[in-house]
Design a protein around this ligand. Structure first.
Ligand code: ATP
Ligand code: MG
Length: 216
């Protein structure tokens, strides 16, 4: 997987969120993005996944400019190649934990309950598959979101504050799972985090400001 972002700018009306954002991420690379609250980290991740639009610049995944893809093609790219851990989890309330984690595999027509169980085990949720999301804690929900992002072994992993709700020991374990994915499958990981411990494990740390992104 390769990602090339050139001179990306995002505005809401007259108000600039960020501009001049250029970065490249290679296969197997782990890049952490830091920056103060409200600077546009989640917005940038959404752009990288083709979930949001931008006003200037380009985003290319594996050499394909996302602007040239229609909604359906972008959805297909996400389904096949991308895992996304949302800051707000986006766990589906009417599906149980195992169904939530297995959703990417269902969408690919490749259901695999054994793999789902293995993912739940990897994030410390073994046996919680039949529970509904409302029966979980915030940190457990966060780990459901992480298991779901990894279950189809995506080549490109985007994670927005994935350890934000976790105690240090669980955060460490979750980071291990995310890193194992990138190292074992040469996936690329872009991680937004306020955690110094998480950022310290990255190959590179980039600092996002409204005027661009630069090495931290
Ligand atoms: N629909 C919208 N209209 C106007 N402004 C918006 C809209 N959505 C987001 N913003 C603004 O865009 C900016 C970037 O938001 P974003 O969620 O990307 O920040 P963030 O860096 O992820 O912050 P945090 O660290 O708190 O998660 C914020 O200042 C936010 O208020
Ligand atoms: Mg955010």
């Amino acid at each position: 997987m390769s990602l090339v972002v050139r001179q990306l700018a995002k505005r809401y009306g007259e108000s600039v969120v960020f501009r001049n954002v250029s970065l490249e991420v290679g296969a197997g690379e782990f890049v952490a993005i830091v920056g103060e609250s409200g600077v546009g980290k989640s917005t940038l991740l959404n752009c990288l996944a083709g979930l949001d639009t931008w006003d200037e610049g380009s985003v290319a995944v594996d050499g394909v400019d996302l602007a040239t893809l229609d909604d359906e093609a972008r959805a297909l790219l996400r389904r096949r190649r991308i895992g996304f851990v949302f800051q707000a989890f986006h766990v589906l309330p009417h599906l149980d934990v195992a169904q939530n984690v297995g959703l990417p595999l269902m969408l690919l027509g490749q259901p695999d309950p054994v793999r789902v169980e293995r993912m739940l085990d990897a994030v410390g949720l073994a046996g919680l598959g039949p529970r509904l999301p409302q029966q979980l804690s915030g940190g457990q929900l966060q780990r459901v979101a992480i298991a779901r992002a990894l279950v189809h072994q995506p080549a490109f992993l985007l994670a927005d504050e994935p350890t934000g709700n976790l105690d240090p020991a669980t955060a460490l374990r979750v980071m291990d799972v995310l890193l194992a994915q990138t190292r074992e499958h040469r996936a690329s990981l872009v991680l937004v985090t306020h955690s110094v411990a998480a950022a310290a494990r990255a190959d590179r740390v980039l600092h996002l400001t409204s005027e661009g992104i630069r090495p931290d």
